[in-house]
Design a protein around this ligand. Structure first.
Ligand SMILES: Cc1cc2nc3c(=O)[nH]c(=O)nc-3n(C[C@H](O)[C@H](O)[C@H](O)COP(=O)(O)OP(=O)(O)OC[C@H]3O[C@@H](n4cnc5c(N)ncnc54)[C@H](O)[C@@H]3O)c2cc1C
Length: 440
């Protein structure tokens, strides 16, 4: 489709939502002006994006029919498209879950005629699968094990960098600058952004793909413009989760090299879901923790919301002992006593934007013409990287199918957060190391 001469797209945030949008926009409108602005260079050694990571799980095992279908669409790209294929490792997935969850996943796959890769096993039989790697796992509250041979994991950071480069080769402009606030004209139409360095970037369409920073950027923009309806309020919450990695020795690496992704969650007891990812190219096994937290602080006088820590790198490498213990306990949930012999050498806190329903928000912002939101991965967004931008483009065109537009709307009814086992309910300050003070 040709772009109208006055149309320009300014995408704030170069995680998977932003880059997928840029990629699909420039492919569908090669003449359009498409700019991505992010505080970090796309090839920086360290980035704050949740999408920038060693690896992420790619699975279509969803009890929600819509995400199941969307994830299958993304998985098909990872398995068949030369652009995406090099980053996907189709190791299979071993999911210790509840009976209801397994049943709903299976029925989604069967409805779509895709059930052949998936089976459910009683716990006793499943323990012996994959060379007994999960024989020492903690199966408390686990009713069944769902095994999907078609799932796996993606080398996330490598994939993000490569697709960004492709988008730039196709004509997308990348600006590495921090955005301080949104800019509006006299009618309240969003016309661009002001950067922290004082520069101005213009766009007839400004699309916020800013992940966990989104509520803060909207608060700052509301305070700056006086447009209080810009605020995210209870729609979006910034939440953090710790990840940790252990380097395996040669003997362990040989046993674990062909392992599937391990997940435990949505069991009979509604605990958050935790996971173990197969060794990376550097022979490191990764887990994510079960403590999911917020960081509430005053962003403008009298306004308290959860944000990533104020440091430029979100203080993502500063991990308290309590959060390291969280990873240790998750590693033994999967591998029992053997996990205690491994040294956890790398940790990171990863920040994402959450909604109470775990649905994304892909929608015009109700308070300002020209402003759009496309983010809220809610801890499961990465896998949709190959396709999500296509849906963002449809939203921009106003052609998103009604069920998707309703599910991803800025304004919709949202469930109570207590229904969501992954909701960030703890405060980060409760999980920090005690500060020792001396009176001597
Ligand atoms: C620990 C953890 C594990 C996960 N595991 C999986 C998994 O296995 N599988 C899966 O599918 N999903 C997983 N997810 C979820 C997934 O990573 C996220 O949902 C997804 O990456 C979010 O993408 P995004 O583009 O919305 O945000 P991000 O990737 O966070 O990108 C936002 C970008 O916006 C930029 N930005 C923000 N504010 C500004 C500003 N003011 N100025 C300039 N730039 C700005 C940031 O620098 C960043 O690059 C996980 C998430 C976490 C936290």
């Amino acid at each position: 489709m040709a772009a109208a001469a006055h149309e320009s797209y300014l995408i704030v945030g170069a995680g998977i939502f932003g880059i997928s949008t840029a990629y699909h926009l420039i492919r569908s409108r090669p003449d359009a002006s498409v700019t991505v602005v992010d505080r970090d260079a796309f090839d920086a050694d360290s980035r704050v994006a949740a999408s920038w990571d060693w690896n992420k799980v790619m699975r279509a095992d969803y009890d929600d029919p819509l995400y199941c279908e969307l994830a299958l669409e993304a998985q098909d790209m990872f398995t068949s498209d030369a652009l995406w294929k090099p980053f996907f490792h189709q190791t299979g997935l071993y999911w210790m879950c509840g009976r209801d969850y397994a049943r709903d996943c299976i029925s989604n796959f069967e409805r779509l005629g895709r059930g052949h890769d998936m089976a459910v096993w009683p716990v006793d039989e499943a323990r012996n699968m994959f060379g007994g790697l999960f024989s020492e796992s903690d199966y408390t509250h686990v009713e069944q094990v769902l095994v999907n041979k078609a799932s796996g994991w993606v080398a996330a950071g490598d994939c993000l960098r490569a697709i960004t480069r492709v988008a730039m080769d196709l004509g997308v402009r990348y600006v590495a600058e921090e955005v301080a606030t949104l800019r509006f004209d006299r009618d309240g139409t969003c016309v661009g952004v002001q950067t922290a360095a004082g520069g101005k970037l213009h766009g007839s369409h400004v699309i916020l793909c800013t992940g966990a920073f989104t509520p803060k950027l909207l608060e700052l923009s509301a305070a700056h413009s006086g447009m209080s309806d810009l605020r995210a309020e209870s729609r979006i919450l910034a939440g953090g989760i710790t990840t940790g990695m252990a380097k395996l020795d040669d003997e362990a690496l040989a046993r674990f090299s062909d392992m599937p992704v391990g997940i435990q969650g949505y069991t009979a007891k509604k605990a958050p879901f935790v996971g173990s990812l197969p060794p990376t190219k550097d022979g490191e096994l990764k887990w994510w923790g079960q403590k999911i937290f917020r960081n509430t602080n005053e962003v403008v006088p009298g306004r308290y919301i959860s944000t990533p820590p104020a440091e430029a790198d979100y203080a993502q490498w500063e991990i308290s002992e309590k959060l390291k213990e969280d990873i240790l306990s998750v590693s033994s949930v999967f591998y029992g006593r053997e996990a205690l012999t491994w040294k956890l050498e790398k940790h990171r806190i990863c920040w994402d934007a959450f909604t109470t329903s775990s649905d994304f928000i892909i929608s015009p912002h109700a308070a300002s013409k020209g402003l759009y939101i496309a983010t809220c991965g809610s801890f499961h967004g990465f896998k949709f990287f190959p396709v999500i931008g296509k849906y963002v483009v449809k939203m921009l065109e106003g052609s998103l199918a009604a069920p998707l537009a309703e599910k991803w709307a800025w304004d919709r009814e949202r469930p109570d957060p207590s229904m969501n086992p992954d909701w960030p309910s703890m405060e980060m300050r409760e999980l920090l190391d005690p500060v020792r003070t001396s009176r001597l």
